[in-house]
Design a protein around this ligand. Structure first.
Ligand code: BGC
Length: 762
């Protein structure tokens, strides 16, 4: 065993952790006074959250008639009789206009305030723009925003989303997603910032700050909700809401840092992972919710369940023998609010009974309700539950759209550009084909105007698909369009049919190049589960047949996760990953293809080549042994198609002169590393400079490298800039098997671009 140099207290004892959420003694007083007046029924009602369909006119609780309207009787039953304190979601899974939102929420607030004037807390998933408001600005999904590596753009996107969400009368946003998502099989990877904890932490902070500002009572800010605490996207099966097995030290090193940083930055609420870790559903895990989140991290905000997850403890995971026991387990584990979403009577009645039977302590209820009321006060809802929509003149404005365009443009990642085929010359005759060529739905993905994204075409007609944007850019006379393959719009997201592969092949004869738009249709959560990571057979066939024509192909990927393209990748001349770029993805892509924008996106994950080789960039040394002793090829070959951090430009950058401030340091000392970057091409361009750190030898087999810093810089041709990074003790540390953050002496290596330097921690 190696000697431990330093044990860092930050993740070990509650005594040392300081949560940054500001407490306001005036609010504490008000909450205390209000709590003292409340009955048990009123308190339990505050802990209940229902979905909007429950209180609208419709044939049952699960749907609503159009046009949507509130049902007076249901409202009275839920908000007055049962005193439900929170509502989420839209009705009928459909976006609403700002005006309709105001009608609905005004009425809800009027009915719901009750004898104590407590406002209802409305929450929504505005995850890449204000999902459920018609006319709102749609940004790239988080995975694309991660590819921009541009903190300022992520901040601005969140700021605009807060503005437009509050413009819709909604003060609470279930965003950002801080899941570490190294598994391309998982159906929600696109909702995240990708596979690296540092990248997620940095961009997550920007989102929280952009959404919350300094004061969430501001009429242009919302409360963020970090999700899904913790370790959600590493299920062994790769399928949504199935078991994960995560050792404590991995949980702390990989999954905790983004949440910890966002909590320290003052995030006001958190949503719990729907899954199961080491056999225990997270919603019933006292160690994670109370010991780790509340006591150790010092989180003071509101803890909400994910959708129906208390019910799941009984009906799905069978750790409770009935609904009542499930409620007991979750509330005692530390849940404050249950996203029920339908059967609120059962939740309230059972929880009241549990308190009366002494199985849930009154103090736990008071604690939960304190968090809920505090958030309502912090949001200023007691003074003004909803602002006039006229206060939001910038809603859906050109100014906001410009930021969404910029974000899309900086996200698109150029992965291949054989013989500088790109940018295309004006007048190039193009065949545009593939199921993603003419679809706003695929550009946006899930959580866009509807849960699965299936209603996008209804709302996004005025924006340009890839085909439309290319026709605008290059002139209709230069564009031929054939679908080739198409998605079935009313079936499962992965259902496709041949819509003219042969016709596309024929059309290819008369053009100079082919823009082949492949990928996935929109999906999210369990409906997006997948059993075969390869690009679909029909799309693969389309690619291979087009390649046989000999015409150069520019493959445009538009997908929520990296579907494997190794069967035809060598035959593609150019490749661009657009991820899910939002409503301006088509325009941004056209500008990149014709050289008006120089691409600068970088992969936020490893793009795998084979289904049995899904390791991350930070893999262990044993996962990268290409040749074993002797003559055998070792089977643990590290072979991504494209690596995390990869992305080409139309210009070239040279890295020189890496400098390190010391070659020997003490574990407590900072180290400064600098490098010079020069634009050696003849176009202006943006480069993402990333620094990686490797601990070469450690008592737990070390990661091959970990990202420890990045900066995006802009350089004119010939321009040079020095980029400096500071590393400190937290960067040299890892978590040991006792759950302590430790630094061990020995050799470390920093790497920036192709350059590296070693230093020793003594
Ligand atoms: C998802 C969450 C979402 C919630 C509310 C759940 O199914 O897992 O990410 O915030 O629904 O819509």
């Amino acid at each position: 065993m190696r000697k431990i140099l330093l044990t860092l207290p930050m993740l070990t004892l509650s005594l040392f952790s300081i949560a940054q959420q500001k407490t306001d003694p005036a609010i504490d007083q008000k909450v205390k006074a209000l709590l003292a007046k409340m009955t048990l029924e009123e308190k339990v009602g505050q802990m209940a959250q229902i979905t909007l369909d429950v209180v609208t006119n419709g044939k049952d609780r699960f749907s609503s008639y159009e046009p949507v309207s509130l049902n007076e009787q249901q409202l009275q039953h839920a908000l007055v009789k049962y005193k439900v304190g929170s509502i989420l979601n839209t009705a009928n899974n459909r976006a609403r206009s700002v005006e309709v939102w105001h009608q609905l929420i005004n009425k809800i607030q009027e009915t719901g305030k009750g004898r104590l004037n407590i406002p209802v807390l409305y929450g929504i998933d505005a995850v890449h723009g204000t999902t459920y408001t018609a006319g709102a600005t749609m940004f790239p999904q988080q995975i694309g925003q991660a590819a921009t590596r541009n903190r300022a753009l992520v901040y601005k996107g969140a700021e605009i989303t807060a503005y437009e969400t509050r413009a819709s009368g909604i003060p609470w946003n279930f965003s950002p997603v801080l899941d570490v998502a190294p598994d391309p099989r998982f159906p929600r990877q696109w909702e995240t910032f990708g596979e690296d904890p540092y990248l997620i932490k940095e961009l997550g902070l920007q989102m929280v700050k952009g959404m919350e500002g300094n004061n969430i009572a501001d009429p242009y800010k919302v409360a963020s909700c970090l999700k899904h605490f913790l370790g959600y996207q590493v299920a062994s099966s790769g399928k949504d809401r199935t078991p994960a097995y995560i050792p404590d030290h991995v949980l702390r090193d990989m999954h905790l840092p983004p949440f910890k940083a966002a909590i320290e930055a003052g995030a006001h609420s958190i949503m719990i992972n729907s899954g199961i870790i080491n056999g225990v559903p997270v919603h019933a895990n006292y160690n994670l919710l109370t010991k780790l989140l509340r006591n150790e991290l010092g989180f003071k905000g509101l803890i909400v369940t994910d959708w129906g997850d208390i019910e799941n403890l009984y009906t799905r995971d069978r750790v409770a023998k009935d609904h009542k026991e499930a409620i007991m387990l979750a509330i005692n584990a530390g849940i404050d609010m249950s996203m029920i979403a339908y059967d609120y009577e059962r939740f309230c009645d059972n929880l009241i009974a549990l308190v009366k039977e002494g199985k849930v302590k009154q103090t736990r209820i008071d604690d939960a309700v304190t968090h809920i009321l505090t958030l309502k006060y912090q949001l200023g809802l007691f003074e003004k539950a909803i602002y006039d929509s006229k206060q939001y003149p910038k809603f859906g404005s050109k100014e906001f759209e410009q930021v969404a365009y910029q974000s899309a443009a900086e996200s698109i990642t150029l992965l291949k550009n054989t013989n500088d085929l790109l940018p295309l010359k004006k007048g190039t005759k193009l065949l545009v084909t593939g199921p993603n060529a003419n679809s706003m739905r695929t550009l946006n993905g899930g959580w866009t105007y509807s849960w699965q994204g299936e209603k996008v075409e209804e709302f996004a007609g005025k924006y340009n698909t890839i085909l439309e944007a290319l026709s605008n850019k290059a002139g209709k006379e230069n564009i031929t369009f054939v679908d080739g393959v198409s998605y079935k719009m009313d079936g499962k997201y992965y259902e496709e049919f041949d819509k003219g592969t042969e016709e596309a092949v024929k059309a290819a004869q008369n053009v100079d190049a082919i823009v082949l738009c492949l990928g996935e249709n929109s999906y999210t959560e369990s409906p997006g589960n997948l059993s075969d990571l390869y690009m679909s057979d029909l799309q693969t066939q389309l690619a291979l047949k087009l390649a046989a024509t000999g015409k150069p192909i520019i493959l445009v990927l538009n997908e929520g996760r990296p579907r494997l393209i190794s069967k035809f990748e060598p035959k593609m001349a150019g490749i661009l990953q657009t991820y899910l770029p939002g409503n301006f993805g088509g325009d941004a892509l056209a500008d990149i293809l014709f050289g008006d924008v120089n691409p600068s996106g970088k992969l936020p994950y490893n793009y795998p080549k084979f289904p049995n080789s899904l390791v991350g960039y930070n893999h262990k040394p044993s996962e990268n042994r290409t040749v074993m002793e002797g003559v055998y090829n070792y089977d643990a070959e590290y072979n991504p198609q494209y690596e995390f951090g990869f992305g080409l430009s139309y210009t070239s950058f040279k890295y020189d002169n890496i400098k390190i401030s010391a070659e020997k340091i003490k574990a407590t000392q900072e180290i400064t590393v600098s490098v010079e970057v020069t634009n050696t091409g003849n176009r202006e361009g943006k480069e993402v400079v990333e620094i990686y750190l490797s601990d070469l030898y450690a008592s737990l087999t070390p990661d091959s490298r970990r990202l420890r810093g990045f900066e995006k810089i802009n350089l004119k041709p010939g321009e040079k800039q020095t980029v400096t990074f500071k590393l400190s003790k937290a960067d040299y540390a890892f978590t040991n098997l006792e759950g302590r953050s430790v630094i061990e002496p020995g050799e470390f290596k920093v790497k920036i671009g192709p350059l590296s330097k070693s230093f020793f921690v003594e």
